[in-house]
Design a protein around this ligand. Structure first.
Ligand code: GMT
Length: 377
């Protein structure tokens, strides 16, 4: 019989890959019989189900006038300790080192050594905050005091060890995909809804439009592509760079060919109408949307940075190009969009990669093994 645990999960509940991974992991663990307690400032946006074995505990932050800044990290620690004692948690699985691993450490001090901590690093906590000298020591502390640490790519594990000068063993556990949700399907209705003409190619980009995502590069690459291929660009997501992107689209005279869809829930349906997806980020520890596209049969052109080459095998299931090499991206895109045999081969291989290497069941089992190690240690 499989061992089941009581697990507290903490993540940033707003839109973002780490929140998606944490929530989908919690849901999958609950399906396997574990008791899952989300401890967070609000209900994670993907926690839209009324699932058995799942509980939510809201962290409330007091706004006393003496505090210039409300002490969220302390309220979180206090809530973690409270839930751990009340329901008898075996472990806390926190997503992001800061502040979550630090709050978990405090909770452990309050509850006792039997409460274990598993920390998963997703990227920004290391690749952005890790460079901030005022935070790097405390990030290292959070990592070293965790019982087990995982990162979402070999690249992120390696960067963490180097940047923070820590020898803590960090295990790679990749992002995963639920093939019950992400699979190829007919998209004629959506094509009609978004005024896409028969024969027109669809290029998709999905992100939170942060600067690191380099969405203006996607628009520039599209500008080159549409000179040779009849295509539309579908931009999904919102964020700080949206006004800059909108202006770039206007400046290049692409308003008719670009659809801005904002944040969307029906990602799988939208992805399935794509012929190609572009992710041209400057930093990307994994790139969950690459996997979502691949599972829907859409090959991706990504930048050769971070963990992207661990997912996209160049020329096999997509293409990787050096960061900023817009002409190269456009050349590869045109090659793919004008050669249906190549498109079919890459698409089939992308589905195989998602199904075989990043399947939910496989990756969830890896997390279970890490929990067991933490509890045995
Ligand atoms: O990409 C973002 O800006 C969101 C960020 C997050 O913290 O949610 O995503 C990070 O975690 C994802 C899940 O592990 C990864 O797939 C993304 O690659 C990673 N983002 C970056 O490294 C920039």
């Amino acid at each position: 019989m499989r061992m089941t645990y009581k697990i507290g999960i903490t993540c940033y509940p707003t839109v973002g890959g780490s929140g998606v991974v944490a929530t989908e992991l919690g849901k999958a663990l609950a399906e396997r019989g574990h008791e899952i307690h989300f401890i967070s400032s609000s209900v994670p946006f993907r926690l839209d189900c009324d699932c058995e074995n799942i509980y939510f505990h809201e962290v409330e932050v007091n706004q006393y006038s003496v505090f210039r800044y409300p002490p969220y990290d302390l309220s979180l620690a206090s809530k973690m300790a409270d839930v751990a004692k009340r329901v008898g948690l075996d472990l806390l699985h926190v997503h992001y080192a800061v502040p979550h691993a630090i709050s978990a450490f405090l909770a452990k001090q309050m509850v006792g050594e039997h409460l274990k901590i598993v920390t998963t690093l997703h990227g920004t906590d290391i690749t952005v905050l890790g460079y901030d000298p005022s935070l790097s020591d405390i990030i290292r502390f959070g990592i070293e005091r965790s019982d087990q640490v995982t990162a979402v790519s070999d690249d992120l594990a390696c960067v963490t060890n180097q940047l923070l000068s820590t020898e803590k063993q960090i295990e790679t556990i990749y992002n995963f995909i639920d093939q019950r949700i992400y699979y190829p399907r007919n998209s004629d209705d959506l094509r009609e809804e978004y005024r896409i003409q028969p024969g027109q190619k669809v290029i998709i980009h999905i992100s939170n439009f942060r600067k690191v995502k380099r969405v203006p590069d996607v628009v520039k690459a599209f500008y080159e592509i549409q000179k040779q291929v009849d295509a539309v660009l579908v931009l999904i997501g919102e964020g700080p760079e949206l006004p800059i992107v909108t202006e770039e689209v206007r400046r290049l005279g692409l308003t008719e060919q670009v659809r801005f869809l904002g944040n969307q829930k029906r990602l799988a349906e939208l992805l399935a109408m794509g012929d190609l997806k572009l992710l041209l980020s400057e930093k990307e520890s994994f790139g969950l949307t690459i996997l979502e596209a691949m599972a829907c049969g859409v090959p991706v052109i990504g930048t050769k940075i971070g963990g992207i080459p661990e997912v996209i095998k160049d020329g096999e299931n997509g293409f990787v190009c050096p960061f900023g090499a817009i002409d190269q991206v456009a050349k590869k895109a045109v090659e793919l969009l004008t050669n249906s045999a190549l498109q079919k081969r890459l698409s089939a291989s992308a589905i195989r990669t998602a199904t075989e290497e990043f399947h939910l069941e496989k990756i969830v089992s890896q997390y279970e093994a890490v929990y067991q190690k933490a509890l045995d240690g």
